[in-house]
Design a protein around this ligand. Sequence first.
Ligand code: SF4
Ligand code: SF4
Length: 359
Amino acid sequence: MELSNLTLIVTDDCNFNCPYCFQKKEEKYIDVFTAKNAVDFFFPFLKQSCDINFYGGEPLLAFEQIREIFNYIQDKNKNLKKQIQYSITSNGSLINDDILQFLNQNKFFLLLSFDGLAQDVSRKKGSFAPIVSILERLIGCADIELETNSVFTADTVGYLSRSIRFIIESGVPTANISFSNLPPWSESALVLLKKELSELQGFILSFYRETGAIPLANFRKNLSENVFACYAGKDRIALSPDGSLWGCCFFYDYFKGKEKSKEFLKYCFGSLESFMENHERIYPEILKNYSNLRMEYFFTSNNFCMLCEKMTDCVVCPIDAAFGSSVIGKIPGWVCRLRKVMREEKLNFLEDLESLSHS
Ligand code: SF4
Ligand code: SF4
């Protein structure tokens, strides 16, 4: 076992109730003693350069636990000297002076969930203005590595271009676009997505002309030539607030309420305690199920991805898709069409970029 990432899901609780969120919220918090045990156990398996990620729900609801676990890891690492990048995914609403200072001093990577101009519609009414003022303060913190993730639904896709432009013009160095898989997207929503993305292209190109940077992660060139494979279990492991271990935090969310299914047993590495005792048997046994999560094994209701000429540029998170299809490996038809729109618009952008570099 060699891991690049250890994720600690510090709580299932959240102070927002975004309509598209697939997480089942509960007032469950990580037990710090269990988290420290997990750190002790997994530390030798973490690569010299690795990520430790705090995830939720809204992880900053468990800020005191995060601080205690962080201090424990730092202490442990005094002699071992691994290069640890700490990261956190947050809606930002609980960031105060103390948290800001902690994130900045410790050079955190922060993925801020912020939907731009759609924020009050798609996340929490009234949250746009306070998050914008937090965003300004985050941008002023030189040592926080900041990215945003904006989620659009079929109902809010009309905000996409203006929202991403607003975020980039605010000074965010990297913006990411994601899509909610629920409810399904209609053909007209996909047409609107295409229009929004092509509008955004013009702005990203002029931004590139002025700064030499491409601030939208979705439009950057893939450096890997390989067909996409889900990383879960292979280079990462996640500890949940109930003490169970998963290949990635998304699996924990997906399998909540499905504890009696056969699939649950295929993907759950069991409790931390039993894993610590029997990892030499459990890890390879469960990992082989994760190994099949590759684009060439995925399918839609009328096609195998392996037969699709677009497969090499297609990236679909199997759990994200399974929230729409209820089967891991099956991609709902409209998700496939959405991926094709994204691919086409990205290729158009890269073509324009290429001509710009030669002009
Ligand atoms: S575009 Fe659709 S069929 Fe092709 S690889 Fe992607 S999800 Fe599969
Ligand atoms: S593709 Fe999805 S399930 Fe796999 S590691 Fe990435 S986020 Fe997790």
